[in-house]
Design a protein around this ligand. Structure first.
Ligand code: RET
Length: 255
């Protein structure tokens, strides 16, 4: 199905659901941007870059959701590139900010962050040619598999590698918040490859679930949007909470 035809094929209620979800995302990202900017001084200087990154992530997403919402409302053209441009910029920041509050030593963080950032970039960049390839094509499958390998590497680092060990070794409020953020990441990241498979109406998952084309596109657009709101402002709030808890424990008092 042509990318524009999918909008025309939606029922009124499907159209309304996606329309409202996009509108909600613009608001959530926009307010997240402001909130994180004004919250920087609540944390000690060594954690401020994490809060700044949350603001950058929400600002980048507010712009892209504004464009996504606009093109959907307009119904004329559909460019999936906005999502991928958004992820290309924000996913590396999401992993980098986690490292800042993870408690990993400075030297270890300097080695790990670039590796995670590059893997996150490659995960998104290699997903794009697959996303825009024809449904049922081997191009779609091959790029999907390559992208998944980078995703597995990132998850390995965050759950079992050095960052994973640093995240797991902490107790108290910080420890439990670090756990929450890791599981939120796992839960939200899981949505993206599933939506990618559902986006191909001839994939085994779409056939097993028996979704019609318009049901699948509604599930994808709604699913991506909710996952993005949880993975950006939602995740940023937990990161801010960790940074505040660490700052307080280290004797920082906000002015
Ligand atoms: C793609 C292509 C198919 C294979 C995989 C993918 C993974 C995407 C992920 C995206 C995460 C985005 C986030 C956005 C935040 O707002 C590219 C769909 C594995 C994990 C966290």
């Amino acid at each position: 199905m042509d990318k524009v035809d999918w909008i025309a094929a939606l029922s009124d209620s499907q159209h309304e659901l996606i329309y409202n979800a996009f509108s909600f995302a613009v608001a959530a990202m926009g307010i997240g941007f402001v909130y994180f900017l004004v919250s920087r001084n609540r944390v000690a200087p060594q954690y401020r870059s994490a809060v700044t990154m949350s603001a950058m992530i929400c600002g980048i997403a507010a712009y892209h959701y504004w464009r996504i919402f606009g093109q959907f409302a307009d119904g004329g053209t559909w460019n999936e590139g906005y999502r991928y441009a958004d992820w290309l910029l924000t996913v590396p920041l999401l992993v980098a900010e986690l490292v800042v509050v993870s408690g990993l030593s400075k030297e270890a963080a300097k080695k790990t962050t670039p590796r995670l950032v590059v893997a996150a970039l490659l995960m998104i960049a290699t997903g794009y040619p697959g996303e825009t390839a024809a449904g049922g094509s081997s191009t779609r499958t091959v790029w999907g598999i390559i992208s998944s390998i980078f995703m597995l590497y990132v998850l390995y680092e965050l759950f079992a590698g050095e960052v994973g060990k640093a995240l797991k070794s902490q107790s108290g409020e910080v420890g439990s918040k670090l756990n929450n953020v890791r599981y939120l990441l796992l839960l939200t990241w899981g949505v993206y490859p599933i939506a990618y498979i559902l986006g191909d109406s001839s994939s085994w998952l779409s056939e097993t679930l028996g979704l019609s084309g318009s049901e699948a596109s509604t599930a994808i657009q709604f699913g991506y949007t909710i996952a993005d709101v949880l993975a950006k402002p939602g995740y940023g709030l937990i990161i801010l909470g960790i940074a505040i808890a660490r700052s307080n424990a280290e004797g920082y008092r906000a002015a």
